[in-house]
Design a protein around this ligand. Structure first.
Ligand SMILES: NC(=O)c1ccc[n+]([C@@H]2O[C@H](COP(=O)([O-])OP(=O)(O)OC[C@H]3O[C@@H](n4cnc5c(N)ncnc54)[C@H](OP(=O)(O)O)[C@@H]3O)[C@@H](O)[C@H]2O)c1
Length: 225
């Protein structure tokens, strides 16, 4: 039985990847604060707040009762708000860092005992915002650049384990994340969740020795402006 763990399984890309993996026969442990309606004997809907180190420990204690090893880890949980510099306060900036950067770190830290040498595949939902700055996204940009740096550091530190790391530098995808932003961007200029899943399917099923080190994908009309 192959085990996948995914953070942020309750919405958007996380929910779509969870359903996809279950259809492909994986056992999946999903973590989120709000949970899902998915009913599948191979799905374990676990409570998780990635910003809370104790909650992350509890998540992994529960996971240990389900499986000793994780074949696929998907680092997906994330938050994004758009605000001009004048409106970003310590709370807002801190929420982005606590979730997207520090939360992502806690999850990788706790994953260590579950890793399978030469096997575990770690897919991280980075963003084009991990490479390029966007207006009114200073806090999100900082957290996603930070997540990228943190990931690259751990990848080098764990080199001897011969894991597979795939950072996904995704452009905008039409998910509930955008619904909460009050942005004026048209969702016709965003990738659909189905188009995202095309990339995800390619990544998950890529030959074991293939490392997709710099996968950036955006809508064919370019970046949102
Ligand atoms: N959509 C895009 O355009 C886009 C583009 C590039 C990269 N990404 C990245 O893709 C990832 C998923 O985005 P999405 O568009 O699917 O967003 P979404 O629909 O808003 O879903 C976000 C998910 O993250 C979870 N989450 C947020 N805070 C959490 C916390 N403290 N603890 C545990 N889970 C938490 C949410 O679950 P709960 O609220 O239930 O906890 C939810 O399941 C994010 O990392 C985002 O940065 C998105």
């Amino acid at each position: 039985m192959k085990w996948a763990v995914i953070t942020g399984s309750s919405s958007g890309l996380g929910l779509a990847m969870t359903s996809y993996l279950l259809e492909q026969g994986w056992s999946v442990a999903g973590g989120s604060r709000s949970g899902t309606d998915i009913e599948d004997e191979n799905f374990y809907d676990l409570e998780l707040d990635v910003t809370d180190a104790e909650a992350v420990d509890e998540f992994y204690r529960t996971l240990k009762d389900l499986t000793p090893k994780v074949h696929l880890f998907i680092q997906n949980a994330g938050v994004c708000e758009m605000n001009p510099v004048s409106k970003i306060d310590i709370e807002n900036f801190g929420m982005h860092l606590a979730t997207n950067t520090l939360g992502a770190f806690f999850m990788l830290q706790g994953l260590k005992p579950f890793l399978i040498e030469g096997e575990t595949h770690i897919i991280s939902l980075l963003s084009t915002a991990s490479k390029f700055g966007y207006p009114e996204m200073a806090a999100y940009n900082a957290s996603k650049f930070g997540q990228r740096g943190m990931l690259e550091s751990i990848q080098k530190e764990w080199k001897n384990l011969k894991l597979r790391f795939t950072p996904l530098y995704s452009g905008a995808v039409d998910t509930p994340l955008w619904g909460n932003l009050n942005s004026e961007f048209s969702n016709e200029r965003m990738l659909s969740v189905e188009e995202f899943l095309y990339v995800f399917d390619f990544v998950v099923n890529a030959p074991k020795n293939l490392r997709l080190a710099d996968l950036t994908f955006i809508h064919r009309e370019g970046f949102l402006e």
